[in-house]
Design a protein around this ligand. Structure first.
Ligand code: FE2
Length: 434
């Protein structure tokens, strides 16, 4: 088993796992001599002194400590950008992109990543960035860690094997995987190619949203999150340790695999979640709840209720609302909304243009809603209970408005005339008829 432990983001679960019997010290974090001659090392994901409930840290028992690495030198990954971004490519326009074209040449997960938008300031640990990845080569001799934030990866096509210091996680489209800041990882592409979306979270780690009047169960249930069990390899060679730090990339030689953690305990760990297990909650009477009802995970800001960024899904679900305009309502939002489509059709945009692997961005106060044909259909069709099964869309929704990159605004995938999808909306107002 590669992922049998259960992990509850942000609620202080504590795991203990060992790949060799007796590798975990008993009742002590850093004994004078750890079992099997292992070295104890602490990885802290929050400040030492944050509240117990928010405290994230893991003790690693490894063959070599992480200090055994060479000297970092600058490395260039032009396509990956980090906030703060400049204003050169920013626009209030509604934006939409076709899926990324098929990859040319070879690229691993990092080489094949490109930034669409970002907000906040990574060095202040505030905000987030949205990237796409398109990879056809496994990382083999390169080990990577990101000092700037957590990666929440949303595969859209192709499986990924995520190798980390804490163990292995296999993910496929309709699942997500989170790799916390600082955790070293490699991504293998088991099939021909893989592509998807990445949310890089500079701010607070993702947690499950509060449930309020929903009660003790519902939405993403804690028991469905999975973390890896301890796994290690003893491997020597000429490898590269790549780090992203304050928006820049660096490379240092390393002569061993850093996946040499034989045992670990703590609560700072990668995890995966299958979106198919989401317990979808919606109206059973009338009207359309705000999309926050579909929040899977949230990265809180310092202002309670105004997220640094939420991860929200629009999963298969029954539509039963009576006397109601069922698709998403027209709106303008102080929060900025990036949407992607994992598979199927999104109900506000059924007529093409928003395909699996594509994306849209409605930034702060950008007007949006169903396209003309979707409005006409939803305003007049008979409202039978309907199962909307062929869909899995998601949204990264942030309190801070996004600035877009040169790639996003100059890419051949940008749909210049996206705004025209609303042109067919003509007034039906008639002062003589209620
Ligand atoms: Fe919206």
């Amino acid at each position: 088993m590669t992922h049998e432990l259960k992990y509850m983001p942000g609620f202080g679960n504590h795991f203990a796992t060992e790949a060799l019997d007796g590798a975990l010290p008993k009742s002590q974090n850093s004994p004078q001599r750890a079992p099997y001659g292992l070295i104890a090392e602490l990885l802290s994901g929050t400040a030492f002194t944050v509240k117990r409930q928010e405290n994230l840290r893991t003790w690693l028992y490894r063959i070599r400590p992480s200090v055994l690495q060479g000297k970092f030198e600058a490395l260039n990954y032009d396509s990956i950008k980090t906030a703060p971004l400049g204003d050169d490519h920013t626009s209030p326009q509604q934006l939409r992109w076709d899926p990324m074209p098929e990859i040319k040449g070879e690229a691993n997960f990092i080489e094949g990543m490109v930034t669409v938008a970002a907000n906040g300031d990574a060095a202040m640990r505030q905000g987030n960035a949205i990237h796409l990845y398109n990879a056809n080569r496994s990382m083999t001799d390169e080990y990577f860690y990101n000092s700037d934030g957590d990666y929440l990866i949303v595969p859209q096509a192709g499986k990924l094997r995520v190798k980390t210091e804490m163990g292995l996680l296999d993910v496929e489209p309709s699942e997500i995987v989170c790799i916390p800041r600082g955790v070293k990882f490699q991504i293998e592409i088991p099939a021909k190619a893989a592509r998807g979306y990445v949310l890089e979270i500079y701010g607070n780690h993702m947690v499950l949203p509060e449930l309020g009047p929903i009660g003790s169960s519902g939405l993403a249930n804690a028991r469905d999150f999975q973390s890896p069990v301890a796994w290690f390899e003893e491997k020597e060679g000429n490898f590269k340790l790549i780090s992203k730090y304050a928006g820049k990339f660096f490379q240092a030689p390393i002569s061993h695999s850093p996946f040499d953690v034989v045992a670990w305990h703590g609560n700072y760990t990668p995890y995966k979640y299958d979106l198919k297990t989401f317990n979808t909650i919606n109206t059973v009477s009338y009207d359309h709840p705000d999309p926050s009802i579909f929040t899977v995970l949230t990265s809180p800001s310092e202002h309670e209720g105004s997220a640094n960024v939420d991860f929200v899904i629009f999963p298969p679900r029954w539509m039963v609302a009576e006397n109601t305009f069922r698709p998403p309502y027209y709106h303008r939002n102080v929060m900025s909304e990036y949407m992607g489509l994992i598979h199927g059709v999104y109900d506000a945009k059924p007529n093409g243009g928003f395909g699996p692997g594509g994306g849209s961005l409605h930034s702060c106060m950008a007007a949006h809603g169903p396209e003309a044909a979707a409005f006409d259909k939803a305003s007049s069709e008979e409202l039978k209970p309907q199962f909307q099964g062929n869909t899995l869309a998601f949204m990264f929704e942030s309190s801070y408005y996004y600035k877009t990159t040169a790639y996003a605004m100059e890419s051949e995938t940008l749909q210049d005339e996206y705004y025209r999808c609303w042109e067919g909306l003509t007034p039906t107002f008639n002062p003589d008829k209620i």
